[in-house]
Design a protein around this ligand. Structure first.
Ligand code: GLY
Length: 255
């Protein structure tokens, strides 16, 4: 079945992005666009058909499509992002997903960002971050429960999203920053980030490969020592906007 990667071009307003844990610093938009293009080429090299959505001129964070939807095998859950400036990003992502999945929605006043949802098998771990509310987690449970998914609310500490703190890098193997995750991760085989690289837990798994920022050589060495196939990408300008590699695409089987 073809693998689709939905991405969205960078907004000209990218520099006005939301920031929660980072100080604002100048962003080189041309360089950010070049890095985003290389990221998309990396996805294509891994077999993804990349579907690029045009940017929203007044949607600074629209490149971070992951936050707008949780794509499961059966349905797409359209989110209601926690930052009000990001809510207008959702309709374009919904239109792109509709040919592939029935769409269901998180309703106000609940809020949730896709970056807070980590799927491991039939369980969705959902981070109670500054963007995601308990009410949204309850709604998500109601939407996905009928398809056999379990939803588990988990703590997120000192970072933007759950997937800033932990991602799955191989079946049941988690890459974690232990300072930002709760005890629930102990139920899994774990690889910890290099202590000098706190932002290094976000890896995008595509098939057996990992799209991974080149900014974290210490953690990359740990991944490769476990035999993982790491495909480095330079996302330094995107990282200034508090974005990471999972945020920039929605990858799923185009059934
Ligand atoms: N700049 C990404 C976010 O805060 O949502």
């Amino acid at each position: 079945m073809p693998l689709l990667a939905v991405t969205r071009d960078l907004s000209p307003a990218f520099e006005q992005c939301q920031l929660t844990h980072l100080a604002r610093q100048p962003i080189d938009l041309a360089r950010a666009r070049a890095q985003h293009a290389a990221y998309q080429r990396c996805l294509a090299s891994l077999g993804c058909q990349v579907e690029r959505l045009p940017a929203g001129d007044s949607l600074p964070d629209c490149v971070f499509v992951e936050d707008c939807a949780i794509v499961l095998d059966e349905i797409a859950v359209l989110t209601r992002p926690g930052a009000p400036s990001r809510r207008l990003e959702v309709p374009a992502v919904e239109a792109a997903l509709r040919p592939y999945r029935p769409a269901v929605h998180i309703a106000a006043p609940a809020t949730i960002d896709g970056g807070d949802v980590l799927r491991i098998g039939r369980t969705l771990y959902v981070g109670l971050s500054t963007r995601t509310t308990g009410l949204a987690i309850e709604q998500l449970e109601g939407l996905v429960g009928p398809f056999g998914y379990q939803v588990v609310a988990v703590e997120v500490r000192a970072c933007l999203h759950l997937k800033s703190a932990v991602t799955e890098v191989a079946p049941n193997l988690l890459l974690v920053n232990p300072a930002w995750t709760g005890d629930w991760v102990r139920a899994f085989d774990r690889l910890e980030v290099d202590p000098d690289e706190p932002f290094a837990a976000n890896a995008l798994r595509v098939g057996d490969a990992l799209v991974y920022p080149c900014a974290f050589p210490g953690t990359r060495a740990r991944l490769e020592a476990r035999g993982l196939d790491v495909r480095p990408v330079d996302v330094s300008e995107l990282a200034k906007a508090e974005g990471a590699v999972t945020c920039c695409s929605l990858v799923f089987e185009a059934s």
